[in-house]
Design a protein around this ligand. Sequence first.
Ligand code: ATP
Length: 695
Amino acid sequence: MAEPKTNELMEKIVSLSKRRGFIFQSSEIYGGINGFWDYGPLGAELKRNVKELWWRSMTQDRGDVVGLEATIIMHPKIWEASGHVDTFADLMVECLVSKKRFRADQIEPQTGTVYSFTAAIERLAIERLEQILRENPNFPVSSPTEIAERILFGDLKGLGVEDYLRKFQAEAKRHLERGDLERLFDIPEESAGVRIWQTVTDAKHSLESYSALVLGKSVDGAKKLAKEFYRQRGITEPFLLGERIGTVENSTRFNPENGSLLTEPRPFNLMFKTYVGPVADAENVAYLRPETAQAIFAQFKNVLETSRQRVPFGIAQVGKAFRNEVTPRNFTFRSREFEQMELEFFIRPDEVVEAICGRVASAAEVSNIEHRTSNAEHRTSGPQLSTLNPQPQPDWGWEAWHKYWVEQRIRWYESIGLPRATLVEYWQKPEELAHYARATVDILFKFPFSKRDDRGELTGEELEGIAARSDFDLSQHQRFSGKPMGVFDEELKGAWAKLDEAAKKNLGQRYHDARLTYLTKSGVPAEQAAQDAKADAAGLAKGQYIPHVIEPSAGVDRLILALICHAYSEDQAPDEKGKLETRVVMRFHPRVAPIKVAVFPLLKNRPELVRKAVEVRELLRPHMTVFYDEVGAIGRRYRRQDEAGTPFGVTIDFDTLGEKGPELKDTVTLRDRDSMKQERVRIGDLLPLLLEKVR
Ligand code: ATP
């Protein structure tokens, strides 16, 4: 079957999400609220499964990561230390007509004809001017438009209004001197110039300039926008002045949706602000966290001290984050409230690795380790993963750890049903990196709404960023809180004592230089920075340093959307009468599928069948989500589960009751969602068989 077109496909996905209870618009009965989404019964299960699988792979399946569950509102200083108060802003532009906001970097450059206007005035004023000019054919200027423009912009020369103005000024002065203010309004209308001047200056007008790009062929659209722009400035029926026609090339100044001019880009802080306690003043300002990571840094020492972990080790957290996004879009992709799954994996600085191991492994060696450890133990059960699993080594520096985590994360996506071919590993270019980041890899998923490159390939959108963040975060919190964030490393202390003087000097100098760069860039005064960097380098001999960090940071909601998009498929299947019809199937991996198995008695009016089916349901229920359905034709019941993405269907029929002979007694048909194949399985074998597939 031909693939549906992008928009059509997204429309189908959005509609199925609502129809089947995956995702609803938040507050829908009140018209919804932009950027907020709710998960219905199937969506909630899907989301729980994903978070649970992430948590399990991060913590339970490995000994070197522990968990944290911190509050959403934290001390506002945290966001000063992290840089969010000062720099967590998008450049935003706003359409001057529709008021719609866009992120400046998301405006596509456009080329075309532009209509510009310098001002507008009430049409009635122009009509009055025409009338006066008809009555005074000798007036020096004959165009009402020119007259209006010249009066509004103060170019009065030769217009015949100066006499009136002079007189008005003299008379007004007299009235003012006498304190006879009411007389100010009695200045008589005499000449055409007077009437013209008054008509223009009394009429509602706007001196703001405005432009619009001609979208499509019609210029009318541009003029209509201009009139709307001036209407919003209080002019009931605007007459456009100072019209000019020009062209622009690759301009990002116009709204791609209607052609209207946009405001200049201005920074917009994305944090939601609130107040703690009853008084809404500056002292009580707090923020809803825009990411979960900062709590991990703030609690680093507590976790270290209570968990008995030693560097390298990680802290994982799953939780809500809030960003007042300028343009929420693409369904749930960019939301204002969303969930993140973040790991901060703390590692030794390279100088420390070198002091302990005598060398720092290169990133390329991580790939070699994949081959060295190619034994069955490292292949997880379930789907075949596309590469083997590297095992961490003591001589890994930040590059090796970073590569390792990129690989781990891609493997995890594969394990929940997103094949490597649907993902893109995007290495940020040096100019794209945050100033403290040494490297960042974004894992992109090829969404149906992603842009296409020159070859027509989907380019993908970010699901997760994996950043090597140096020791920036812990250092910032050390500076802002005044509390030490360093660790003591017994192994370093022992190894350092055994180093020769040249090695000590070399490693000490490198560590010192890195610290000095950080401190200087952070605005610490030169003298203080020099002193601190020296003290930090001296700490190495005592086994002390500030750990570096690798941060894999993933969004739950984007992943759910990726899973839904990837799962959505249509094929042809026979209906009850054998006629082929389009079947919508959500091909979720059994691990993430919201419902693992559906149990159906063949007929609802046969108590023996129903009894047996309930027995099977109760057998499976403690171990997985089971959906029991006895209503309607069996084919239709299968279809409903195909749309919900339920990978397995168990049907209890007359064979189960032994009506066709004892050999089939207590067997059921197990239907596979994707192949639609059915096999006979003993009830006694059902649970282990299913558990193996869904775990
Ligand atoms: P983007 O560039 O798309 O705004 P980001 O680089 O700002 O994302 P990070 O700060 O690295 O995102 O956040 C880590 C992850 O959190 C992202 O990879 C994404 O999965 C998720 N995320 C960030 N912002 C949103 C959002 N507005 N809605 C849904 N998920 C989000």
